[in-house]
Design a protein around this ligand. Structure first.
Ligand code: URA
Ligand code: CA
Length: 433
């Protein structure tokens, strides 16, 4: 097989065979095919697209390029959740214990990453003592006993995707639905999930800002998952404004605790119940979404979800007493209110700008080398559709370093619109099965 023939075939709109796709991915992973040929192929894919079977083949070739996590020692149907990323998305912290309380085994592999706040692991590390350095035996035992554990990312998961993503980044080929969908799905499948619930965000704070594109990505990922034998469904949810009130690491842990107690923000609670119900059904712990939702609501009411969270934290070395006393979480030195300049209704809170402001405070990493300050962040006092009076606080800023605060305030004023009218956007835009 010759790479040049494969490039030509795709350039002319042809469909690549399973063997051809394997040849490319293996060759690129072991460096027998150079960047320039793969770049040319990526550009051809960008313009010509990929058929359903090409997408499934690409996904599985990337899965097979590195380690695959074997979760077979864990009993039950393992369901994973993946979000395409947003601002203040605290759902993973809540969903784990919530669906675990309904008997769903959650064997989660998580990362840190760049962004407005840290990743799931950074957030959890706000709990004193908590760690994700587990042996695979400990991980299996914890999931079997407590139904929930989180482990750090294995170094050699989908190396082909890592190389391809970096190459796409510098060849203007990131924004291709088949390439994005295969990239995301390969990582979920390599991490061992039997079934996958996707939360595809749309709006200003989302990777796919446009609703039609979010829908296309959701459909593409669902088809790949189902075509390679992993039951997959997607929820498309609003990310025009941040989710919940908290954006920051310790602040989001506190928000997760509140939500598990039944005292969380309405949008965050609803999204967790919707995503969680799908996880429970895919794991075959309930037959219908109505049943599943009742189980989850009951687990919040009777304290089981909160107990699961405590057991999970202490199982991984964390101080579970933070759940009853959140003042034990890292606390910022300064709390600064942002007063509204006029009265009216909140008509817009631009999620990505608010996320950037949180990052300036130190809640997230701008580069891989940045240090996170777990204590800092933002707590929205108002959401879109809320009434506000002049002088009332819009946001509480939690800061340690005051040098960035004026810039943060200006950014927040720019990002929050007050008008005569304002309506909360629909949270659940659509579902794709
Ligand atoms: N996120 C991914 O993991 N892969 C992509 O290609 C785009 C976003
Ligand atoms: Ca939040």
């Amino acid at each position: 097989m010759r790479m040049v023939d494969i490039i030509e075939k795709k350039r002319n709109g042809g469909e690549l065979s399973t063997e051809e796709i394997k040849f490319v991915i293996e060759g690129y992973t072991n460096e027998t095919i150079p960047d320039y040929q793969v770049s040319a192929l990526l550009m051809a894919i960008y313009f010509e697209g990929m058929s359903q079977s090409e997408r499934a083949d690409l996904t599985m070739a990337m899965v097979e390029s590195g380690d695959q996590i074997d979760l077979s020692a864990i009993e039950g149907i393992k369901v994973d959740k993946h979000s395409t990323g947003g601002v203040g998305d605290t759902t993973t912290l809540i969903l784990g214990p919530l669906v675990a309380a309904a008997g769903v085994p959650v064997a989660k592999m998580s990362g840190r990453g760049l962004g407005h706040t840290g990743g799931t692991i950074d957030k959890l590390e706000a709990v004193p003592g908590f760690h994700v350095e587990l042996t695979s035996d400990e991980f299996t035992r914890l999931v079997n006993e407590e139904k929930l554990a989180v482990i750090g990312q294995s170094g050699n998961l989908t190396p082909a995707d890592k190389k391809l993503y970096a190459l796409r980044d510098v060849t203007a080929t990131v924004n291709s639905i088949p390439l994005i969908a295969s990239s995301i799905m390969s990582k979920k499948i390599a991490a061992g999930a039997d079934a996958i619930v996707l939360d595809v965000k749309t709006g200003a704070g989302a990777f796919m800002k446009d609703e039609a594109q979010a829908r296309e990505l959701a459909e593409a990922m669902v088809r790949i998952g189902n075509n390679v034998g992993r039951q997959t469904m997607a929820v498309i949810s609003d990310m025009s404004q941040p989710l919940g009130f908290a954006i920051g690491n310790a602040l989001e842990v506190k928000e997760a605790i509140d939500t598990l107690k039944g005292e969380g923000p309405e949008d965050l609670t609803e999204l967790c119940l919707v995503l969680g119900s799908h996880m429970v059904v895919l794991s075959k712990k309930a037959e219908t979404h109505e049943q599943a939702r009742k189980m989850l609501e009951e687990a919040i009411k009777n304290g089981e979800a909160l107990n699961r969270f405590k057991a999970f934290l202490s199982g991984q070395g964390g101080d579970a007493s933070v759940v009853d006393d959140p003042s034990k979480l890292p606390q910022a030195e300064h709390k600064i209110e942002l007063p509204a300049k006029t009265s009216g209704k909140i008509s817009r809170i631009i999620a990505d700008n608010v996320g950037t402001a949180a990052m300036w405070l130190g809640a997230g990493r701008a580069t891989k080398e940045s240090e996170i300050d777990l204590a800092v962040g933002l707590l929205l006092q108002k959401k879109v559709g809320d009434e506000v009076k002049e002088g009332e606080s819009l946001v509480t800023i939690y800061a340690n370093d005051l040098t960035e605060v004026e810039k943060v305030k200006a950014k927040l004023y720019e990002s929050i619109e007050i008008s005569a009218e304002g309506h909360a956007p629909a949270l659940i835009v659509d579902q794709v099965t």
